[in-house]
Ligand binder design. Structure first.
Ligand SMILES: NC(=O)c1ccc[n+]([C@@H]2O[C@H](COP(=O)([O-])OP(=O)(O)OC[C@H]3O[C@@H](n4cnc5c(N)ncnc54)[C@H](OP(=O)(O)O)[C@@H]3O)[C@@H](O)[C@H]2O)c1
Length: 248
């Protein structure tokens, strides 16, 4: 089998970390990135097939250059997987948190996905996949997390737009995957009292399976697929009147 190369952005913890480990165990040659260099190096030391690391902050202008350096060190890129993201419960509408969320999840995601798209565009000789984690939070505006839910809606729409752009520009070698997990037990939601939490290891396996099957959209897991089905039927007038958390 041809050697396959994956770059994981946001691999220092949570879902990105587990996806990196899963791909490496399946024989992919993996390059990983995030801001916490020490964690990246630890993971590289522990896991066979993770061959390169790069300290990348997606909110910085130099991030695309650093991605290019990581691709070079890894040996190529057939899969770009974007897991980097932040989120808060923000019923106080703390502007610093709102803007930081937009900077990372909207601007940072757009910057990095754009850089990966241009790389794939310039390498039509191999099939390529661009996969990004949005969330089921994209389904409706969430009062307790306004910037987060809106940023995930943006992510989904952006990926849909890129998928159409690939058709318009006949970039048939590029595939796009929008990954929409429910609550996953990671640092992102630690401390909160969230129901139905999924294990990151299991979520990573389902993500990898969905990508290998060439899925363009995947909601994880089946219980959340059911929930989202009914949730999106809820009319706006009713949704905005629902007090979805206590004491706010
Ligand atoms: N946990 C959930 O319930 C859940 C549900 C649906 C969707 N998601 C989404 O899944 C993705 C991964 O989150 P997680 O749950 O795995 O949380 P996590 O453990 O906190 O992981 C977040 C990752 O994003 C990276 N990151 C954050 N800011 C960054 C920046 N400025 N530049 C580069 N990397 C950055 C972090 O690395 P560094 O700190 O080292 O930079 C870390 O590796 C996020 O997009 C999140 O919105 C999570």
């Amino acid at each position: 089998m041809n050697q396959r190369f994956a770059i994981i952005m946001g691999a220092t913890s949570g879902i990105g970390l587990e996806v990196a480990k899963t791909l490496a165990s399946l024989g992919w040659t993996v390059g990983i990135a995030g801001r916490r260099q020490e964690l990246l190096q630890q993971l590289q030391r522990k896991q066979l097939n993770i061959v390169a690391t790069e300290c990348i902050d997606v909110t910085r202008d130099d991030a695309p250059e650093r991605l290019q350096a990581l691709i070079g060190k890894t040996g190529g890129m057939d899969l770009y997987f974007h897991s980097s993201g932040i989120g808060y419960q923000n019923t106080e509408l703390d502007m610093e948190r709102e803007l930081r969320t937009v900077e990372t999840n909207v601007l940072g995601m757009t910057r990095m996905v754009g850089a990966a798209f241009h790389y794939f565009e310039a390498h039509p000789e191999r099939p390529a996949r661009l996969a990004v984690i949005s969330s089921i939070a994209r389904t409706k505006g969430l009062g307790p997390a306004p910037a987060y839910s809106a940023s995930k809606r943006y992510t989904s729409n952006y990926l849909e737009a890129l998928a159409q752009l690939c058709h318009i520009r006949r970039l048939r070698h590029i595939s796009i995957t929008d990954i929409r997990p429910g609550f996953v037990r990671t640092a992102l939601i630690s401390g909160g009292n969230y129901p139905l939490q999924l294990q990151p290891e299991k979520v990573a396996k389902q993500i990898v399976k969905a990508m290998e099957r060439g899925r363009s959209v995947v909601t994880i897991d089946w219980r959340y697929r059911l929930l989202v089905f009914f949730w999106q039927l809820c009319p706006r007038w009713l949704w905005v009147r629902m007090r979805i958390i206590k004491d706010a």
